[in-house]
Write a protein that binds this ligand. Structure first.
Ligand code: FE2
Ligand code: FE2
Ligand code: FE2
Length: 421
């Protein structure tokens, strides 16, 4: 099985943009970073990854960087704030944020397949050319890819979606010029000035609805396909971000992934399918990145508005995973885990006829895991209590009897409790 790497990167960048947006609240008006006089916009990181990637790629073309470096810039610019998704609780208004999201991002990506220097590029994306940045690295000791992302990132955070480009371009150009040999090298500033002479550069920045196509036209052709194991490495990386987002579910995705794999093995699915089920488990809650942590971490009952927001996580799981066209099965199994046989689940209200065995298994694994896990308002339940509750759910036509029996079988519960079955 081969999975298009480019699609994976784009899909991840959407997840990261959603995470950035969901982390913002009304008090997040400014980012605390010691950068001279930057006029931070209030676009709240909407489309930040995509626009940073666009500006970075324009700069890379202008500097005539070799193909390999452009590929690295493309991937690194889309993922540069991956560490932020993991420390969203402190978000951008924390003094430690700048340093931490760089080190966390570098750490998360250290086993990234194929591009093993991605981690360094991310580590140094907040360095200043004069050595006054996050890690105090100086001049050309900062990788050129990181220098480029640094400039693109700052141009994007100072760019406002609320004004037309022509009303703000002079301000941005002057600010970049004023930071030549301070935050940026003189060569990089020249490259930016050349890009910014073209009207289409500014029209492209403004045209966020077409940014996907714009990126297609400028990005290097990766032509890379990952095998299922390499894809699992990336899924694993993401599951850590998802699980870190809420302190109450620190191992949730992980545990479901293990459970789904166990049940698949129990059913003698072919190995590749077992791994796909494991990946579906790792990614089933990826849409939670779009849900504000405040709501995920609430330890009292949710208002109906809050529940409506929580429900969107499975919708976003599907939006994110459907972008990776080579994994329709994983996307389906992962995003159906809150559907019910009687059609009262969410987000699509699917009925039994449309719920595959694999989707039904993901759903029972998710419920089992949620009930047996410790939560802030209760201890995790025993297997006996959990299965008693789940047996009731079968009677109410919420979950599948067979899927539940497979789960019990895979956990050895049936042998331990033969009389009940
Ligand atoms: Fe950053
Ligand atoms: Fe950024
Ligand atoms: Fe969920």
């Amino acid at each position: 099985m081969k999975i298009n790497f480019d699609k994976i990167i784009r899909s991840i960048s959407i997840a990261l943009d959603l995470a950035e947006i969901s982390s913002m609240d009304e008090s997040d008006k400014e980012i605390i970073e010691d950068v001279t006089n930057i006029n931070y916009s209030e676009h709240k990181f909407m489309h930040h990854a995509q626009r940073t990637a666009y500006i970075s790629l324009e700069l890379a073309c202008q500097l005539n960087l070799p193909e390999n470096s452009r590929k690295l810039i493309y991937i690194a610019s889309l993922l540069h704030d991956i560490g932020a998704a993991s420390c969203l609780n402190q978000s951008h208004n924390s003094h430690t944020y700048i340093y931490e999201h760089c080190t966390i991002g570098a750490n998360i990506t250290k086993n990234f397949p194929i591009f093993n220097n991605l981690s360094d590029i991310i580590l140094y994306h907040h360095e200043n050319f004069d050595g006054t940045g996050a890690m105090k690295v100086l001049g050309n000791d900062i990788p050129i890819e990181s220098q480029i992302i640094r400039l693109a990132d700052l141009v994007d955070v100072s760019y406002s979606e609320k004004k037309p480009s022509f009303k703000q371009k002079n301000r941005i150009i002057n600010w970049v010029k004023g930071n030549s040999k301070k935050i940026f090298s003189a060569d990089l500033v020249d490259a930016f000035l050349n890009c910014s002479k073209r009207d289409n550069f500014w029209f492209n920045l403004e045209n966020i609805l077409s940014m996907d196509f714009i990126l297609d036209s400028i990005c290097p052709n990766l032509n890379i396909y990952l095998d299922i194991h390499q894809f699992e490495e990336i899924a694993y990386m993401f599951s850590q971000i998802i699980d870190n987002k809420s302190k109450f579910t620190a191992k949730h995705s992980h545990s479901i992934s293990n459970l789904a794999y166990k049940v698949s093995k129990y059913l003698n699915y072919p190995e590749e399918k077992c791994i796909k089920m494991r990946i579906a488990g790792l990614l089933h809650d990826i849409g939670k990145l779009a849900v504000p942590t405040k709501i995920l971490d609430k330890n009292s009952s949710l208002s109906s508005d809050e529940f409506s927001i929580i429900k969107s996580h499975v919708y976003y799981t599907k939006i994110i995973l459907d972008r990776i066209e080579d994994i329709p099965d994983i996307s389906e199994w992962a995003s159906n885990h809150h559907e019910k046989l009687n059609g009262n689940g969410y987000p699509r209200g699917l009925c039994a006829d449309n719920l595959s065995e694999e989707s039904r298994i993901m759903s029972v694994c998710d419920i089992y895991q949620a009930l047996t896990e410790d939560r802030p308002y209760r201890k995790g339940l025993s297997d006996d209590k959990t299965f008693a509750i789940m047996d009731e759910m079968v009677k109410e036509n919420f979950i599948c009897e067979k899927a539940l029996s497979y789960l019990k079988g895979s956990l050895g519960y049936i042998e331990k409790n033969p009389l009940e079955h």
